[in-house]
Structures are given as C-alpha cells and as structure tokens.
Design a protein. Sequence first.
Length: 168
Amino acid sequence: MSRSKSTENLIAFGPLPAHVNELLQQGVACHRSDPPRARALFRHAIEISPKSLPAYRCLFKLQNQQREFDDALATALDGLAEAAHQARVDQDWRKWTLADVGSATQRTIPQRFLLSFLKATAFIELRRDNTEVSRNIVTHLQRLDPEDGVGHSVIAALLDDDAETETD
C-alpha cells in the first residue's frame, strides 16, 4: 500500500490554515539540507499569515541554528509582539504578570507562545553574548512560570555555567 504523503514525519503545529501548515512542513523537511529554501518557506508563511505563531518559531530556530543571531532575535521579537497582540497583553514583557500569562494548566495558545518566545529571546541574547539581558529575561520568566513549564531553567543553568567560567 502506497501513500502519496507520509504523515509519520509531520510536525503538529496546532491549528493553522492548511496552506501555512504545508509551507512549514516543507521548511522543516528541508531545513538541514537546504536552509535557504527553508528560510524562504518560513518567511513566506509569515508574510501570508502573520498571525500564525509557529511560523515565527520555525524561522528563528533556523536562524539560530545558522548562527544568524541578530536575525533570530528580530524574528523572535516579531513573534513575541504578535503573541502579545493575540494574548491582549502589553507589548513590553517586563510589564507582564502571572495573570497575563495564565496558569500553567489553563494557558491559551498565545499565552504559551508568549513564554516560549520570551525563553527563545533569552537564549538568543545569551548566544549574542548579552548575558545581562538574558539573565533579566530568565529572572522574569521565573516569576511568570514558577513551574518551569517553558524550560527556562535550562537557560538559567547556562547562565550559571557562563558566570562560573568567567570567575575561573
């Protein structure tokens, strides 16, 4: 039995327009073998559907992997702004409260992306050698997500390792 398209390697991006999902799936499939094509697919997905938050994540992850940290940061911040708009919270993450991001068990999709994109921003800033900015973001994430559902403790550990290396 032959299927025209394998579903075993598809990423579950959540509710997206079918044509946007297809672009993201194609980009994920070629991101290692053809990064420029993947980049173009992810950018096109954002252009035609700027409300599709997973498209920002795909693009900044690729840019980060390619060590394009300035571009990755710009994309993460664009995605963060869109997630903030969708979650109806202030564009300035420093003003977010626990009520803005919801409880761990009842977060909306935009609220989950708020935390995920903020964590990504902290990681990208760390890779850009902006450790103080990264540390400030992680500190705020610890207040917003005390259960560490988004995994900010990983970046906190990297920051701690970085601080220990500097004192050696």
